[in-house]
Design a protein around this ligand. Structure first.
Ligand SMILES: Cc1ncc(COP(=O)(O)O)c(C=O)c1O
Length: 439
């Protein structure tokens, strides 16, 4: 693993690889040589805490023996078999997921990732309901294909929108930290936004609306936790107007919040759940759409007009079974709930002592620190975020930043000692940021 290889990796990467979401020049990627547990290393032997679990998907960290072995075993039997055939890993993973999902859920359609899952969820919701409009939040990200890109509410939808695919309606969802109206409490925030949504549903004509799509907790837009009663109110509106509720669990699912699904922190049952990321923790790409009994029954007599060569890829399903077993056999969700308290306590203390921290939001091991130039005006420090991410990186803390937020979402297997050590680095960097904008 000499320096020569590092140069070759970086040169070829910059020359031949198109990197998502960035202007291609002046990129400075870390050339990763190996990874284990909550760490990865570059070719110079420098160690990094993987504090955003890559793209909030490496939930069980790197080099998990059980997942590796499960993939190898499936590879020895067969790597691939077409969706028309039945395969043990495929059927077993579907069964395990349905057994763990809410009791109204019945079947799974597997895909290769989050965007594809949401695309197919839209197709399924439209076919089942006979309606076409899909509501989603401005503060959401659901993927970057033409379909899921149009479902996304944040600016990453713009490329997919030109020319716009029809039927994608955006609505405003609550953001407790940034509400302009002075509400008395969370319930009042929910009431206000539910009334707005009610009016918008009426204006769009409920007889055209197939589904409302929401992340239970908006992830990349800054771990935005809904106020009390909001999701339950959306569920009620969906029931009132015969609209399907589709919850996107691509980022929040598989233990991130201390439960299998993030929506389980609230009192709702969706009609459609999409998932990806943590189902295999990135060992092999996999995603899927879980549908209710009513939708599954519909397809008993109607053709499913969805299909992928790599639907339920056996290697990915093998990884999914091993990951799911690992979550439950090792009580990972309980561990997340316990460590989530440590994370919350530390981040709240950062909010109190650091001038640059406007808000600290977290649930389980899913957190965002929102940086502001001024705590009173809440002016976002968005243009500073790349600099902060760089300061962290120099000190061996790898994390993603978006908008004015640093996303902290370490692998769920992180120990308390590792978490506290990493948070010390964050603390040190926040002192630098505080002093920089004092000047
Ligand atoms: C909530 C949510 N949905 C969908 C996606 C898209 O998933 P993928 O990148 O696997 O297509 C993401 C990706 O970050 C996401 O956070």
């Amino acid at each position: 693993m000499g320096k020569g290889l590092k140069e070759e990796v970086l040169n070829d990467d910059l020359r031949y690889n198109l990197r998502p979401w960035v202007v291609q020049t002046n990129q400075n990627p870390i050339a990763v040589s190996h990874a284990k547990g909550v760490f990865f290393w570059d070719y110079d032997g420098k160690r990094y805490f993987d504090m955003s679990s890559q793209l909030v998907n490496s939930n069980l960290g790197h080099g998990n023996k059980e997942i590796n072995e499960a993939i190898k075993k499936q590879l020895d039997d067969f790597a691939y078999i077409a969706p028309a055939h039945a395969a043990y890993t495929r059927s077993n993973l579907a069964k395990k997921l349905i057994e763990k999902a809410p009791s109204n859920m019945a079947k799974v359609f597997f895909t290769c990732g989050g965007a594809e899952s949401n695309d197919n969820a839209v197709l399924i919701a439209r076919a089942f309901s006979g309606k076409y409009k899909i509501f989603s939040s401005y503060r959401s990200y659901h993927g970057s294909t033409i379909g899921s890109g149009n479902l996304s509410g944040d600016a990453r939808r713009f490329a997919a929108e030109r020319p716009s695919a029809g039927g994608f309606i955006k609505f405003l969802t609550p953001y407790i930290y940034r509400e302009k109206i002075k509400f008395k409490n969370e319930k009042d925030i929910s009431k206000y936004y539910l009334e707005l949504l009610y009016d918008q549903i009426i204006a769009e004509d409920p007889s055209n609306i197939a589904a409302v799509t929401l992340e239970a907790i908006a992830g990349t837009n800054g771990v935005i936790i809904p106020p009390k009663g909001y999701l339950e109110g959306v569920r009620k509106l969906c029931d009132e107007f015969n609209i399907l509720l589709h919850i996107d669990e691509v980022m929040g699912g598989f233990g991130r919040t201390g439960r299998l699904f993030a929506f389980e922190n609230f009192d709702i049952k969706p009609d459609i759940i999409t998932f990806a990321k943590g189902i295999t923790c990135g060992y092999v790409p996999l995603g899927g759409v879980i549908v209710s009994k009513d939708i599954a029954n519909f397809y008993d007599t109607n053709q499913l007009l969805c299909g992928l060569t790599y639907n339920a890829h056996p290697l990915a399903c093998a990884a999914g079974i091993a990951a799911l077993d690992y979550y439950y056999d090792r009580y990972i969700f309980k561990h997340v709930r316990k460590l989530g308290k440590v994370l919350k306590q530390t981040l709240v203390s950062f909010e109190k002592k650091h001038k640059s921290v406007g808000d600290a939001r977290s649930i389980g091991l899913f957190a965002a620190l929102e940086l502001t130039a001024d705590k009173r005006t809440k002016k976002p420090l968005s243009d500073k975020i790349p600099h902060v991410i760089n300061l962290l990186r120099q000190r061996g803390f790898a994390a993603i930043g978006r908008g004015s937020n640093i996303i902290i979402a370490p692998p769920l297997i992180i120990t308390k000692e590792e978490l506290l050590e990493a948070l010390e680095i964050l603390d040190e960097v926040l002192y630098i940021v505080d002093s920089e904008h004092e000047k």
